[in-house]
Design a protein around this ligand. Sequence first.
Ligand code: HEM
Length: 334
Amino acid sequence: MSKLTNEELKKSIEYLHKLNDKYDNIGQDFLQYMEGLVHSNGLKYWDYIHVDSLLGLQMPRTDFSDEIIFITYHQITELYFKLIKLELEQLTDRDKKEFESLEFWYKRIGRINNYFKHLCNSFDVMKSGMDARDFRAFRMALLPASGFQAVQFRHIEIMSTNLNSLLSENARNERDVPLEKIYQHIYWKSGGIDMRTGKKTLTLLEFEKKYDRELMRWLKNYKFRNLNYLFYRLDKEMKKDKKLVTLLREYDQYINVYWKLSHMMAASRHLPKDDQGTGGTNWRKFLPPKFQKVMFFETLWLPEEKKDWGKAGVQKAFRENVQKEWMKPNKFEE
Ligand code: HEM
């Protein structure tokens, strides 16, 4: 058995005192816990990460081998959405002491952008990473389910901006309309309409049944604390901060242009020209960001940038910004 050095012994005693205080404070017998420590087994990676459960979560509905890629990549995306929401929760928590500091905003939005960067760069897994013929076949076995029903994406939108920015363009800027009524014009509902009948698809109806009430609660909850709202309540100097403004613009581009374009390109590869999306949707008119024109931080964009939303001009400007040294990932780490 190796002996402790004097230095290690000193440190051990310090820890023992700290632990004693800790258990004392909660009325527990410190010595009993120490004895338990002698017998307890160390934590194992597979238990901590729940590897077996995680790897058991991919359950294909067909015998096509690529279906597991489709499931796994959706799950990976959902986990990234979860991480993005964690940052948004921090950013929209007004009780946070650091809330009024620029560093806090840089760090959190930097992380969100980093996550989106990974999501945009990895969408090829869905595009060239799956056999197109197989995809068409197994997709039919999955109807009426669609990524359209990914509620975390809607959470991210609601946490990031005000309701008005999420409405279909022709319903924006209406005054004094009750939430329940205006909610019917939220832009994503237009993505779930059967183009032949004009009626809601089953995909949308089921999503509404499961989530409409919850999403309206979220909208009420975030009305006065979504990211866009909070940004405008920062003091004048902070609002003008160039780095913060660029980070927010970058975020807007990542989610509302780049992610949507990457997603659309995957859809275009796999769904033939005349394909109607899930339940007959006209996805070619819904998915392109230039038609949806959803932007979270509208006042941070110039009129011409808004006009060209999702088109080459805005993307060029965006790429130039990303070249800047402090826009690169890992700069936001502590
Ligand atoms: C080959 C892969 C994919 C194809 C062909 C595809 C296809 C589609 C289509 C056609 C729509 C329009 C609504 C509909 O008709 O269902 C849609 C919407 C959507 N999908 Fe996918 N999708 C793919 C992968 C993904 C992945 C990996 C996610 C991640 C969760 C996802 C999330 C979404 C979301 C959030 C929407 C709504 C988009 C918006 O509101 O702008 N999709 N998808």
